[in-house]
Design a protein around this ligand. Structure first.
Ligand code: UDP
Length: 252
């Protein structure tokens, strides 16, 4: 496994990606920056990067244990994750269990309504275009992936949802929706990549009824509710408290 942090390969809004001394491995640094509304809103929050790195690491471990392939290899430092190199497909795949966010802005579905079946939406990952929602016909036109790869991606997203929804329920959290990014490694395997954290999920505390107080994710920032790092810490603590993880898991 790689032991050396090489050059900066890419810098995004919330992460930096570095090369390593291993050709098929990268180091991902989770930054303390947080953005919303296509970067119109921006802040720097101490500890946010480390919390998201630790939460993502545990979520990726859980997925792996359930047979779902991810790019995760190890946590190297507080905010630094070693991952397999993948070619990211420029799609954001969103799975929704409960209506919230853009679904409620763009349709008459009321916020908080439970969806009869999980809804999988594909968005084109492009800041200049503000990540537009894609139709099947537009996905065909863009030709980013074949039809069978699209089906494979959709199935992978639904498997992630099944695994995480049940896991979160056990720790009294409701997985409202989440976004994943996926990519192919050098062997052509499709891997869940990027991060799965309260920056990329909506998570509600099932022990709290108040509609604002129950929010444990980036909506606290979007809606100016404050207390974001405490909420992320609560998510981390709940995950660590699950009997799926031993103390050793949480430290590695
Ligand atoms: N999401 C994300 N990155 C994006 C857009 C959405 O991680 O660029 C996540 C978001 O945090 C939520 C889910 O995907 O958990 C669905 O987001 P939605 O389409 O409702 O958009 P929003 O209203 O959050 O912009």
């Amino acid at each position: 496994m790689a032991s050396f942090q090489g050059p900066l390969l890419y810098e995004g809004k919330a992460k930096k990606v570095f090369g390593t001394d291993h050709p098929e491995e990268c180091l991902v640094l989770f930054k303390n920056d947080i953005t919303a509304f296509n970067s119109k809103k921006h802040a720097h929050l101490e500890s946010k990067g480390s919390l998201n790195c630790q939460i993502s690491a545990l979520v990726f471990k859980l997925l792996e244990r359930n047979g779902i392939p991810t790019h995760f290899l190890a946590v190297r430092e507080d905010s630094l994750m070693l991952v397999q190199k993948v070619e990211i497909i420029p799609l954001e795949i969103v799975v929704r269990n409960v209506a919230s966010g853009s679904l409620c802005k763009e349709t008459p579905i009321k916020a908080g309504s439970k969806l009869a079946h999980p809804l999988v939406d594909f968005y084109y990952k492009d800041d200049d275009l503000a990540d537009p929602l894609l139709t099947d016909a537009r996905l065909d036109l863009l030709d980013l992936v074949t039809l069978s790869q699209r089906m494979e991606i959709k199935n992978l997203a639904l498997r992630v949802n099944n695994c995480l929804k049940d896991f979160f329920q056990e720790i009294d959290l409701l997985l409202v929706d989440f976004k994943i990014e996926v990519g192919f490694n050098k062997n052509g395997e499709l891997l869940v990549s990027d991060e799965i954290s309260p920056d990329s999920c909506r998570i509600w505390d099932l022990n709290i009824e108040n509609q604002e107080d129950r929010i444990l994710d980036k909506d606290r920032f979007r809606k100016d509710l404050g207390g974001l790092t405490d909420s992320y810490l609560e998510v981390l603590r709940r995950i660590q408290s699950s009997n799926q993880f031993s103390l050793k898991d949480s430290l590695n």
